[in-house]
Design a protein around this ligand. Structure first.
Ligand code: PMP
Length: 394
């Protein structure tokens, strides 16, 4: 047996420290191994239908068949990926008026966030990225691993299930000109709490006054109030400010999760150096983004019938989530705020012991911080869920 010190000395990798497993991904295995018939998977953030399935969307199935039929080569496309994909998607994301924007295809929203972080690190090394708490657990590591310092600001008060906007503005009083402010464009993960129109306008004024760059993560367009409604806040910010970064994911609204489909756009005063730098950064990160999912999105968006069917199915997905939201909100006074929130998630005021007990005693699986994926519920099991959770809701 080698002692730890010896390992550190002899192994090239002895300088590494052990890393915890991803707790949310570990839930998948735990849930799968649970034999109880009424178990509820409210963990990982994927849309589910009433049968608990995450189906391939109809228009995606058709587009995939078209691809198999029509695609004659898998030859390299280039670092920017499928140029038509980004151009067609930009219409969905921004509506009209995309002239000050530079966009490239990325491997998912995660790739977009990382590419945006790398661009900032190259342009403004040491710029602090301000992130509201709680947030998607991957946000801080993405920016830190790109070499950017991260600071948190208060955002959501779990006990009152509401945004604490005054606390947020107070904390951002410490931000310096040239810092970056990360914002969820819609359907906040994990809280479901989005800013009001007035709060977005206040954020725009704050960014302008303090010289902060807004970095908008838009991963759930169409799953809150609709495609245009969910993009409205981001579009308003782009009108109000000269520069901004938008990281986008198609993985939820096209149900393409494992295909890794996303895009990064930068609105900037001068677009030329931005584009060249995005491409050289992407070249060393992944050389070229994966094609299949982006080609599918392109085919759906360029075909009027497929596009209409995709939008209709997305409408139905959103309606299902919002019906479940309303049912949950009506089921218990402590869950009432869920009716005003949007997207797939809600953050319940549950400590780790309650989360563990719900898993053990009721087969209810949720993230360790009390986040539930609302789409994992059904109208039938909501009463069972609420009966299980109620004793823990103070
Ligand atoms: N941002 C947020 C807020 C997310 O919740 C997620 C996915 N969970 C992403 C970005 C990344 O999405 P993708 O799977 O496309 O990388």
């Amino acid at each position: 047996m080698l002692t730890h010190d010896l390992v550190e000395e002899r192994s090239f990798f002895g300088g590494l420290t052990a890393q915890p497993a991803d707790a949310l991904l570990a839930l998948i295995g735990l849930h799968r191994a649970d034999a109880r018939p009424g178990k509820m998977d409210l963990g990982i953030g994927m849309f589910r239908d009433d049968l608990g399935q995450t189906p391939v969307m109809r228009a995606v199935k058709v587009a995939e068949a078209m691809l198999v039929e029509q695609q004659e080569s898998k030859s390299y496309l280039g670092t920017e990926g499928d140029g038509c994909f980004a151009a067609l998607l930009a219409e969905v994301v921004f509506g009209a008026g995309t002239d000050r924007l530079t966009g490239v295809q990325t491997p998912g929203g995660t790739g977009a966030l990382r590419l945006g972080a790398e661009l900032i690190a190259r342009s403004r090394p040491g710029a602090t990225v301000w992130i509201g708490t709680p947030t998607w657990p991957n946000h801080a590591p993405i920016f830190r691993d790109a070499g950017l310092p991260v600071q948190t600001h208060r955002f959501f008060d779990v006990a009152s299930a509401a945004i604490d906007f005054d606390a947020m503005i107070e904390d951002l009083g410490d931000a310096q000109a040239g810092d970056v402010l990360l914002l969820h464009g819609c359907c906040h993960n994990p809280t479901g709490a989005d800013f009001s129109g007035e709060q977005w306008r206040e954020i725009a004024r704050l960014c302008e006054r303090r010289g902060l760059l807004p970095f908008i993560d838009l991963a759930y367009q169409g799953l809150g109030d609709g495609l245009d409604a969910d993009a409205a806040a981001m579009r308003g910010l782009l009108r109000a400010l000269p520069e901004a970064v938008i990281a986008y994911s198609c993985d939820k609204n096209f149900g393409l999760y494992r295909e890794r489909v996303g895009a990064l756009w930068v609105q900037s005063i001068s677009t030329d150096p931005v584009r060249g730098n995005l491409l050289t950064l992407a070249r060393s990160l992944w050389s070229m983004p994966p094609d299949h999912g982006a080609a599918v999105v392109r085919l759906v968006l360029e075909n009027a019938a497929l596009r209409a069917d995709w939008a209709a199915e997305l409408d139905a997905m959103r309606a299902r989530i919002n019906e479940l939201r309303m049912a949950l909100a009506a089921s218990h006074p402590r869950l009432a705020a869920i009716g005003d929130q949007r997207g797939m998630f809600a953050l319940l005021p549950l400590g780790p012991d309650a989360v563990e007990a719900l898993r053990r005693d009721h087969g209810i699986y949720m993230a360790g911080n009390g986040r539930i994926n609302i789409a994992g519920l059904t109208p039938e099991n909501i009463p069972i869920f609420v009966a299980g959770v109620a004793p823990y809701l103070a």
